[in-house]
Design a protein around this ligand. Structure first.
Ligand code: ATP
Length: 322
């Protein structure tokens, strides 16, 4: 291979820029030409492709978001859209791709390989950490720390006013952010889409705490399929116990901000490994982590397998919040 393309797709995540930087700089060090494809599959279909140089990567490692922009493309979901994208790549002489994104983006990458034999290596970038085959995804550590900072502030006001707070964190259908933030933030109860706890259990837990002299509590909830479910939870607690809960929905601030050291390091290692894999002739795989080690996992397996929330973190948080 002599020309590779890199793109970010799906939701943005802090650390994506560090991954792009690693792909560009390792690629150029290996005598490859590197092209940036803008706005994920939209840029691939609409041919918004530009060469990237070493200096284009100056001052990006610390920036949140993605300098290549990201988007969702409905056209790419159809075979005709993918054929158009493949024709654009071939016309630009691009031999192989690095896709930084979530499982939807990898489904697209896998289709591109199957239908048009364009080699793709995936790098998992999403704050949700819900990608099978990698213990950690780029952006997760930053999002957890951002949410934690907010929760620490909420804890100050909750403790001063003797209040019950429900804090909704991101994570869609996965409970990774909620379980990590809940344990690290000393939450009294953590609601995740796994349905491990119930409103009744939470009320009992809070009442037991009050009996022991506790005056404030924080419950964490993952947004689930329906953002705003923290309000439903507050209603339900009010109806069942008469307790009044304040609601705080952290929202998109969790997606932005400067990536943590851990995310910059992870992104740099994964971006570099993705280029190395392509040079070794590997493709249709994702770079993942198993503990500290980098591993490769077939994209098909990544997209077809569900990653389970670490339930042990939730039960430990429960045990510790006494
Ligand atoms: P995040 O987890 O942050 O949302 P994601 O990569 O899962 O990231 P999606 O919106 O699911 O985000 O996917 C990004 C893009 O990948 C879609 O807009 C679409 O263009 C493409 N894509 C998703 N699924 C498929 C598929 N089955 N076939 C082809 N392309 C797909």
């Amino acid at each position: 291979i002599s020309k590779i393309g890199v793109y970010t797709s799906g939701g943005d995540a802090p650390g994506m820029n560090a991954a792009i930087r690693a792909v560009v700089r390792v690629g150029i060090a290996q005598k490859l030409e590197v092209f940036g494809i803008h706005s994920g599959y939209i840029g691939m279909v609409d041919n918004i492709i530009q060469p990237l140089q070493l200096r284009d990567m100056a001052n990006v490692i610390q920036r949140g978001g993605t300098i290549l922009k990201t988007a969702r493309s409905t056209e790419f979901m159809k075979p005709e859209g993918r054929a158009k994208a493949a024709a654009n790549l071939k016309a630009a002489g691009i031999d192989a791709l690095v896709c930084i994104g979530g499982d939807g983006s990898f489904r697209g990458a896998h289709a591109l390989w199957e239908e048009h034999q364009i080699p793709v290596v995936g790098v998992p970038g999403t704050i949700d950490n819900d990608i099978y085959g990698s213990d950690k995804t780029i952006g997760f550590d930053t999002a957890v720390n951002t949410a934690l900072e907010a929760i620490d502030r909420i804890r100050d006001t909750a403790a001063s006013h003797d209040r019950l707070f429900i804090v909704e964190v991101m994570g869609r259908n996965s409970g990774f952010i909620a379980s990590h933030v809940g344990l690290a933030g000393g939450a009294e109860e953590i609601f995740t889409p796994d349905g491990l706890t119930t409103v009744e259990k939470a009320i009992d837990h809070i009442k037991e705490g009050i009996a022991r002299g506790k005056t404030s509590s924080i419950l964490i909830t993952a947004e689930g399929q329906k953002p705003g479910r923290a309000y439903d939870l507050a209603d339900s607690i009010r109806k069942k116990s008469g307790m009044d809960a304040k609601v705080s929905i952290l929202g998109h601030q969790q997606r932005g901000g400067s990536p943590t050291a851990a995310d910059r390091i992870l992104a740099s290692r994964m971006g570099a490994a993705a280029v190395d894999s392509l040079l070794k002739g590997q493709c249709d795989i994702m770079i993942g982590t198993e503990g500290e080690r980098l591993v490769t996992v077939p994209l098909d397996l990544v997209t077809k397998t569900e990653k389970k929330t670490q339930i042990d973190l939730i039960s430990l948080a429960n045990l510790l919040a006494t």
